[in-house]
Write a protein that binds this ligand. Sequence first.
Ligand code: HEC
Length: 173
Amino acid sequence: MPSFKIWFERKDKTANSQYTTLSVRLPLILLACFALASCGHAEKDTHAGQPVTKRKLVFKQILRNFEPMGLIVRGRRPYEKDRFLQYAVELQTLSTQPWKYFTPDSNYAPTRAKPEVWQKPAEFKQAQQAFIAASAQLAEGAKTGNMDVIRADYGKVADSCKACHRDFRGGPR
Ligand code: HEC
């Protein structure tokens, strides 16, 4: 059945070329998705002074210092006194910075701040102060080079982040 054979071969070729097209296209499609996703993330903040963008940026910097300290106190990264002190001092500096961007008119998407930020200003302020104080204590503790002290101080900072997020940070909008 020569005609069948030809048909079969043709079909095979088509299938193959489809695979080739897909394997070339798939990474491109994925790339396009990533590009879109990151474009969406960097969506232009058209509000005057861009307070939401600016505070999110500070929180990201906070995390960039807080996270490596977490790995170190859990023994998953080697402890180096100077390096750790650098993270702790940087965190202390950053700890006072996000709050000025919680302006009265800055409750807009894509913020994750809860309305409580504006409804309970005294409590929000208190949560900030607890965090600022805990960060200062960690920066002091980091100077001792004593991991027991550092671990306890780090724990207090972590608690202060968690407490504020529980009360004042909600889901994505
Ligand atoms: C006094 C309250 C408060 C404290 C303390 C606090 N945060 Fe937050 N955090 C917020 C609020 C509110 C938001 C939401 C901001 C927004 O989306 O507008 C936020 C957002 C964030 C984000 C997300 C930023 C983004 O890109 O969307 C990170 C990460 C973060 N916080 C980390 C931390 C870490 C780590 C600590 C402690 C070391 C901490 N925060 C302490 C209130 C707090």
